[in-house]
Design a binder for this molecule. Structure first.
Ligand SMILES: [Ca+2]
Length: 191
């Protein structure tokens, strides 16, 4: 009887864990095209001290190609950051600069891997056209483990022929007293 009780308790706890996180969004149907899988070099950098002039101090410290994890091919992008103590801005940015025509794209999709026991808050921002118009896409909580997030591009289809920058931002509220990291791979668009 005691054994049954333990099994039932474990079952309940595992159900609770499964329901603690919201499910990842469904990946919309359509034609997928790879935007960056990090197999052909690194086109991403991190916002460092020089970004302070545009806002709070950025804690991002690196953007490196990694073989630690991949969801496409053998490599991903590892994004590193400083300790996030209570006084830290906890704000970090990693970005890709390049002129890209992704006309007709309806969604941007990215796979993330969070190896930390911590929840990051992820937002993707596009800057486009000569005016570098700021276009904030969806926000997601990145819980530990592997997650796929979908970013809706329907607000400004007229800007997609001239994308200048794609940024992955972390603006976490919680403290994490160690240097930390997470990964992204298989950045693709869906038309
Ligand atoms: Ca890859």
């Amino acid at each position: 009887m005691k054994k049954l009780f333990i099994i039932f308790t474990i079952f309940l706890l595992s159900m609770a864990a499964a329901f603690a996180q919201p499910a990842d969004p469904e990946i919309p149907e359509g034609t997928q095209e790879l935007f960056d899988g990090f197999e052909k070099g690194n086109y991403w950098i991190w916002a460092g001290f020089d970004w302070d002039q545009y806002g709070s101090h950025k804690i991002s410290t690196g953007a490196n190609i990694s073989r630690d994890w991949a969801s496409e091919g053998k490599h991903s992008l590892e994004m590193t950051m400083e300790v996030m103590d209570k006084d830290s801005s906890k704000s970090a940015i990693w970005f890709y600069d390049g002129t890209n025509d992704i006309s007709g794209a309806r969604y941007l999709v990215m796979d993330f891997y969070n190896p930390e026991n911590y929840v990051y808050n992820i937002n993707v921002v596009i800057q486009a056209t000569d005016g570098w118009n700021w276009w904030s896409l969806d926000h997601y909580n990145l819980y530990p483990g592997v997650h796929t997030f979908v970013f809706d591009l329907s607000a400004h289809p007229e800007r997609l022929n001239d994308v200048r920058r794609i940024s992955i931002n972390n603006d976490s509220g919680a403290v994490l007293m160690k240097e930390s990291h997470f990964y992204v791979d298989n950045i693709r668009i869906i038309k």
